[in-house]
Design a protein around this ligand. Structure first.
Ligand code: PLP
Length: 415
């Protein structure tokens, strides 16, 4: 459990927080690890790791159908995660929390079920320039299959959506808007409430990709009024291989099934199968039980510290890093939106991000380099990729200083 001293007052004791993450005490290439690849996946606190071990050592069993003690314990723990996830995003009911492998599977689930049922030839789907490939490819595949049209909201040079252009794209032909809440390459926080309101006026359904937002922002799917919301546990201090798709009940109820198999049925005969109620209708087969259970622990961890405190700390890191990085000559920050989460993407003239990444790794500093699964966005900025430093609750200003020194040395070596 998090020590109470860690979360006293308004201040976050980052050094006490760090003690919860065993990996942060390891070395890389003989140097203390500086982990700035949190937008790809965050590190896991000991409580999350313990939750996995506790399940496998204490009550490993398949869930829902067993009547023995272990099965009942495992089922109860698994279903508690659904309740916690419901509260975490303020869904109206637990039936609206569908467990998936992560954001990608959540988006694909909607594309393969709602999409195939509702999208017809000539219909339009709107996405944006800053989408992750997970929120581009499923819609491209659907559009190709149905002869529908994919439209793209442009952005300005700061990496913000051009809302006027978005409004111009909307028409009665628009059936779906699928939009990223926070860009993984720019850090931009998109005005999803406004986007949703405008889409609803033309009768379109809206999916929000919450992969990057759920760890930083307070999520209230009812206030947001999104129709679908997808996120992954591994970006919020939880395990990989588990995520959530939230949907409005009437939509989830009317959608055809995604995968067939055990768990998602009520009754099967060779003549006819009747499907289970929500949420099980979309959860075929033995789920990822251990990771789902540990996902609850991760959400509890975040709740215990409090997102507001986390945000405050991360914002300080963002401001500090932006100031420091801007001192480096030839460094260009990609993504200067007014509303940003704790992520800095940048490019250094006459260098390749990959070379910089390797030199930083030699100093124990983990950043992500490349296109970050947003190739059309990189194309928009006319660059092959960026160097991305993304900050989490356990990062410090001293680590940012090390990044700056590492970059200065790398630039000297490469130029
Ligand atoms: N959308 C965004 C904005 C992301 O950043 C990511 C992952 O980086 C995804 C979708 C896909 O998430 P996952 O790989 O967990 O399915």
């Amino acid at each position: 459990m998090i020590k109470s001293a860690t979360i006293q007052n308004d201040l976050l004791d980052v050094y006490a927080i760090r003690e919860h993450f065993p990996i942060l005490s390891r070395e890389v290439k003989g140097k203390p690890l500086v982990y700035f690849d949190n937008a790809a996946t965050s590190q896991k606190p000991q409580v999350v790791i313990d939750a996995l071990t506790d399940y496998y050592t204490g009550y490993n069993a398949n869930i829902h159908r067993g009547i023995h003690t272990l099965a009942e314990e495992a089922t109860a723990a698994f279903e508690k995660t659904r309740d916690t996830a419901q509260q975490f995003i303020n869904a109206a009911s637990r039936e609206q929390i569908i467990f998936t492998r992560g954001t990608t599977e959540g988006i694909n689930l909607v594309a393969y079920t709602w999409g195939r049922q509702n999208i017809k030839a000539g219909d339009e789907i709107i996405i944006s320039t800053m989408e992750h490939h997970s929120n581009i490819v499923p819609w491209q595949v659907l559009c190709e299959e149905k002869n529908a049209i994919l439209k793209v909201i442009p952005i300005n040079d700061d990496g913000e959506l051009l809302m006027d252009e978005y409004e111009k794209l909307l028409s009665p032909k628009t059936k779906l808007v699928s939009i990223v809440h926070v860009s993984n390459s720019l850090g931009t926080v998109n005005p999803v409430k406004k986007i949703i309101e405008a889409a609803h006026k033309v009768g379109a359904v809206v999916l929000v990709d919450g992969a990057q937002s759920t760890v930083h922002l307070d999520i209230d799917v009812q206030k947001m009024d999104c129709d679908f919301f997808a996120f992954s546990a591994h970006k919020l201090y939880g395990p990989t291989g588990i995520g959530v798709l939230y949907g409005k009940k009437h939509l989830l109820e009317s959608m055809p099934v995604f995968q067939g198999g055990g768990e998602m049925i009520k009754e099967v005969s060779f003549e006819k199968t009747t499907f289970n109620d929500l949420p099980y209708k979309f959860e075929a087969g033995t789920p990822n039980i251990a990771d789902t259970i540990a996902f609850k622990t991760a959400m509890d961890f975040v709740n215990k510290i409090g997102k507001e405190k986390i945000r405050k700390h991360e914002h300080e890191l963002l401001v500090y890093a932006t100031d420091q990085l801007e001192q480096i000559s030839g460094l260009r920050i990609i993504g200067k939106a007014k509303e940003k989460t704790s992520l800095v993407s940048f490019f250094i003239d006459k260098t390749h991000p990959q070379d910089i990444g390797i030199l930083l790794d030699n100093r124990g500093i983990a950043v992500r380099t490349g296109h970050h699964c947003t190739q059309p966005l990189m194309h928009r900025f006319g660059i092959p990729g960026t160097i991305r430093a993304s900050f989490a609750v356990y990062n410090t200003k001293e680590e940012i200083d090390q990044l700056v020194v590492g970059l200065q040395k790398a630039v000297k070596m490469l130029l």
